[in-house]
Design a protein. Structure first.
Length: 85
């Protein structure tokens, strides 16, 4: 699994949500290639065990669990929108 980048700084800051998405994107794409249903579930707000593992890695890197969940869900929706699924 890829190393997840830490937030640029502690606490809230402008575009922290985008930074979180970028930090999780590589791991997210690797998991979503393994099982497309992971992506569809994440877009709907339900994270698979593999996605929860990514969220927990994000917490270890300094992100909040909830913001990691939201970032993963938004990444999934963005990819589905991009490919018209």
């Amino acid at each position: 699994m890829d190393i997840i980048r830490k937030p640029k700084q502690e606490g809230r800051y402008r575009d922290r949500d985008i930074d979180c998405q970028e930090a999780l994107e590589k791991s997210f794409r690797a998991i979503s290639r393994i099982a497309t249903e992971n992506m569809r579930e994440a877009a709907g707000g339900t994270l698979s065990p593999a996605m929860i593992a990514i969220a927990k890695q994000a917490v270890a890197a300094g992100w909040g669990f909830e913001e990691a969940e939201v970032a993963l869900s938004e990444l999934a929706q963005n990819i589905l929108d991009e490919y018209g699924d």
